[in-house]
Structures are given as C-alpha cells and as structure tokens.
Write a protein that binds this ligand. Structure first.
Ligand code: PLP
Length: 427
C-alpha cells in the first residue's frame, strides 16, 4: 500500500527537521561555539590597545592566524582576516584592478561565479575596466586553454572559483593558475565552498589570492579570510586604521578568528573520513532520486563534484514549490544559491551551463554536512517522489505532456550525465 503526501505531512510533525542546506550556511560546531564564547568573555580587549587586555587579544588573533596558515600550508603573514567571503572577493578583484590599472584594464572570469565576484566585475566595468566572461561546459567545467586564449597583453587578473556553490563542480584551478603564472597574470580563486570539504593549499594550486568564509565550515557568520601571496601589493578595500598590517582597516574580531581556526583545524582533521562518508551519502541520494523520479537529472559534473553537493532538475515543475513542500515535511533545502533565492529568475549558474530556462526553474540543491545521516537520506528518498508527483499532478505542463502535446527535454529514465538542449515545442 503506497503512502500519501498527507500521511507523510502528519507523520513529519513528530519527526526532527532535516538540514540539507550546508552550502548556504552551517551550524557552528559545539567546540567552535565554546572557544568563541570563552574568547568573547575573557579576551574582549582591542588588539590595538597597549595594555594586558589588548596584548591578550593580539596573542589570540596571531595564534589563530598561525593555525589557519598551518592548515592552508602558507605563511601567517599571507593570511588576512575579513568580515566574509564577499568582502574577500571584492578586495581581491577591486584591490588588484585599482593597483594594476597602469599595466592594463582587462580582467577574466567565468559566467558561473558567485555574485560576490560577478558584481565586483560589473562594478569595475562601470569604471571603464573590460571583463571577459568565459563559458563553461554543460557540467560546469572550464577548459584551462580557454583562459590561455583569453589572456591579452593588458590582462591584469583572472578569477575562477575552486568549486561552484550551486552545482558543486570542482574546477581545474591548478592548471588555470599555472597558465596565469606562465603568462605573468595574477590569479584569484573563490574557494568559499571548497575550504573544509576538499584539500585547499593556495601555493600548490598556483593561486596569488584566495577567498574563504567561516560560516561555510562550521564557524560563525561575520568572519572571512583572504590568502594573499607574500610580497603581493594590492589596494585596500576598507580604509581605516592600521590593522591587518595596514591592509584592511577595522578592529579585528579575535574571538571569531579563534572560532575560524578551530573550525578549520577540525575540518582538516576530519576531511579524509568525512569526504568519503558524505560522498557515499550523496551518491545514495543521487541514485535514489534518479531511480525513483522520472524525468529527473543531476546537474553539475557526474564525478568531479564536492562530496556534499547534489543538484537536480525535475521537469514540468518549479523549484520554489518543491522547496515549500519540502519545508512542510521538515526539510531545509535550496533551489539555487541562498543569495538569489529571493528572486524568481532562473539561476545564472544553471543558465551558464546551457540549461534551458524551463528546466532551470525546476531545480533543487541538496547539500549535506557533518550532521547528515543515512536515515535522513532515506527519509528524503521516501518524501521527495511524493512531492514531485503531487506538484506534477497540478502542473499544466505535465498535463500537456500526458496528453502528448509536449515533448519532455529530460528523458523519462533521467540520469547523472545528460546534456539538455532546446526548448519546449508546444503544438
Ligand atoms: N563565494 C561563494 C562561492 C559562496 O558560496 C558564497 C556564499 O554563499 C560567497 C562567496 C559569499 O560568502 P559570504 O556569505 O561569507 O559573504
């Protein structure tokens, strides 16, 4: 006897909620909360003050910086604290553009970057800089040779993300960085989604600058990092005091820096085990969804993806409606990036991998974390097919399809490596 959505709705009232949106943000680890709380209590001095409370805050800040540097395998003086990943992206891009404009005014990036990068680039375009936006393939990969071909004598910066926040594809940044080195162009990578999930060592990856954010790896919101290669001078973004070796004004947040250091240290220690565990859960989820739901596909690269990311498209229905029903059954998921979920435009990343808008609208991102379990995945695999079926029953597109008036773009059996082309042909 098959179970109905209404029955699951009643049952879900007594079940714990399931958080499947770790790419949007993560719950700080208890050990991180403990360190941050203790620091807020005991180490509240201003690191710039010349008395014991200030010295204690400086010690905590510098110990945290050294721990983070060890985790990234870089020098402490190459690590700068910022307020978030967005600030780090803005600083790397605008700071480089302003400092190097005498050499040239051309920058290169991809169409699937986070808005922190894309909107920084657009701001520069308004100031007379020129930006080349490189297309990626249908899995989200960028051919490094495209970067080589796009570099011009006046190119001053290439910025390509390490892992995409929506579809989880891991881009070949080491190879891209090597090309930039060879051509004498600076290379920045937004590694906000990669840090804590896969090994990130800026030097091995040929990066001059890298951006990170605390709240994606179980540290608080409100703290970010920028790696900047020793000796590299770019302009300041935040003018003010002499903090961060005169390169980023603003009283340092020693407590959150300590939280970031603890979170990174724990993620690095757990990584080998967690990445295998989460990838197994992710693959169970992907297999289950594709097997149980007709006309469904995985978005992003079939294998070269973050261990915690699954992103699907379901034909004939809207991602937002899936999210609402998932929420009512106790799940927190996303239809794209959290920053764009307030708008109903299809995701620029899904459009960037060549997906027709009709299909991009029906997408769902599920991102796992250290608290995710097999039990949660199996519960999800029971509920999601009921939700999709219920929404399709109400969908005019689905009824057109049933009456043979519309040809589906995603085949009935779906899959993990399907390129969708074309648009609906309504008779
Ligand atoms: N870059 C990427 C790839 C992200 O996923 C995010 C956050 O979603 C950011 C940058 C922005 O980071 P923050 O929220 O710390 O500003």
């Amino acid at each position: 006897m098959s179970i109905t959505f209404e029955e699951r709705l009643r049952e879900s009232m007594s079940l714990p909620r399931v958080y499947f949106d770790h790419a949007a943000t993560t719950q700080p680890r208890p050990e991180v909360i403990e360190i941050v709380a203790k620091a807020l209590q005991d180490t509240y001095g201003n690191p710039s003050s010349f008395y014991e409370e200030g010295h204690r805050a400086v010690r905590l800040l510098e110990e945290s910086r050294a721990e983070i540097a060890a985790g990234l395998k870089v020098l402490p003086e190459e690590v700068f604290f910022t307020s978030c990943g967005t600030e780090s992206d803005n600083w790397a891009i605008k700071g480089t553009a302003y400092a190097r404009q005498g050499k040239g005014r051309h920058l290169i990036t991809t169409t699937i970057e986070h808005h922190a990068v894309l909107h920084s680039m657009e701001a520069l375009e308004k100031q007379g800089f020129e930006v080349t936006y490189l297309d990626v393939d249908y899995t989200g990969l960028l051919d490094p040779e495209k970067v080589r071909a796009a570099i011009r004598p006046d190119t001053i910066l290439v910025s390509v993300m390490m892992a995409n926040n929506e579809i989880g594809t891991i881009l070949p940044i080491r190879e891209i960085g090597a090309i930039c080195r060879e051509k004498g162009v600076l290379f920045h990578s937004d590694a906000v989604q990669a840090l804590g999930a896969i090994p990130v060592h800026p030097r091995d990856l040929n990066c001059d600058m890298m951006s990170f954010s605390g709240h994606k790896l179980y540290a608080p919101k409100g703290i970010g990092l920028m790696y900047k290669r020793k000796g590299l001078r770019i302009d300041r973004l935040i003018d003010g005091g002499a903090q961060e070796r005169r390169q980023r004004g603003g009283t340092e947040n020693a407590a959150f820096a300590a939280g970031f250091a603890k979170a990174l240290q724990m993620s690095v220690a757990d990584m080998e085990h967690e990445s295998v565990r989460q990838a197994a859960l992710r693959d169970r989820l992907i297999r289950g969804v594709i097997e149980r739901i007709p006309h469904a596909k995985l978005n992003g690269h079939p294998t070269r993806r973050l261990p915690n990311n699954a992103n699907f498209s379901f034909e004939f229905i809207e991602g937002e409606s899936i999210l609402l029903l998932l929420d009512s059954l106790g799940y927190a998921c996303s239809s794209g990036s959290a920053c764009t979920s307030a708008s109903l435009d299809p995701s620029h990343v899904l459009l960037g991998i060549g997906m027709p808008a009709e299909i991009a609208h029906g997408s769902l991102r599920v991102t796992l974390g250290i608290d995710s379990t097999e039990e949660q995945v199996d519960r999800f695999l029971l509920d999601l097919p009921l939700i999709v079926e219920r929404l399709r029953d109400m969908s005019p597109l689905y009824s057109d399809f049933k009456r043979g008036k519309l040809h589906p773009l995603i085949p009935e059996k779906g899959g993990t490596d399907i390129r969708i082309e074309g648009q609906y042909n309504l008779d």
